[in-house]
Ligand binder design. Sequence first.
Ligand SMILES: [Zn+2]
Length: 308
Amino acid sequence: MPKLLNHPFCSIWPTISDPAAMRRLSDDIKTNGLLDSITIFEGKILDGKNRYEACHFLGIEPEFSQFKGTQFEALAFCYSKNAARRHSTIEEQVESLDKFTKHFNKGALSSGDHEGGLMDSSESIRESNSKTLHSCRASDIAEENEANGGGGVTPPPPPPPLSPSKAAKVLGTSATVIKDARRRIRKKEAAAKENFVDYTGFDVPQELRPLWVRRYEIEDIRKALAHFETVYSEAKQEKDLLWSIVGQEFQNAVKSAHQALSASRVYCVCPTCEGKNYRKCNHCRGRGFLNPGNWKACPPEVKAKRQQ
Ligand SMILES: [Zn+2]
């Protein structure tokens, strides 16, 4: 019996990688038997890949059930199984849902009753497992796979993720929560994709990377302060009553805050310590980074060395 592959829907969820956890699962199956059968769809494992691995390891032939339904229904089934099983943060849920919906084919999503009904669909699947799951044997799956020329239909190109309101319906939360979670996910992805090369083309050392990715925090506040300075000087010119009692000392305070922040800007890895033992370095004042002004003030030979 050749080993079964995981269906793309099922691959969205992590496989148990901790050997101790896998051993616990194997022990449980050895003692109590396989309580839930392995669900097969399109000749591949839709649900139960860890249990399948454990059975394979134990040399037990697992019980299988064939999922009968559309791709959308299979996806919703897989989602409801896994979402119910895991205690995950809202970000993890949104992330997995978005990855999930990417596997829908366009047809399944655009047909009205499916698009609006992801929740209804997974609900009804939960209730009608007996209707959609048909017990089957390993040899049946092998036969079917052969008939399908290897089994498994590759899903067509992905549609965009569900709208915030639909995703909210699936996860039982509000559209605002979904939007916020997606924003945080995008930020995290951007940070992960960020190539750790400073503005002079120097590789940012591992230890300084967490600081490097946060440099926008300073930039954002600098922008806000610069914005205030513009607004305030215009208001003063126009003798705008709204701003009339904001005194000069406030403007001066903003100006000096702006300057202090400029010193904190992160532009490049310090050429003196090169980010090693930076806490003791005077040039970068123990931060490992120079701001644009510091870099500008570096002697030409230092800059030339960096260009090599
Ligand atoms: Zn330094």
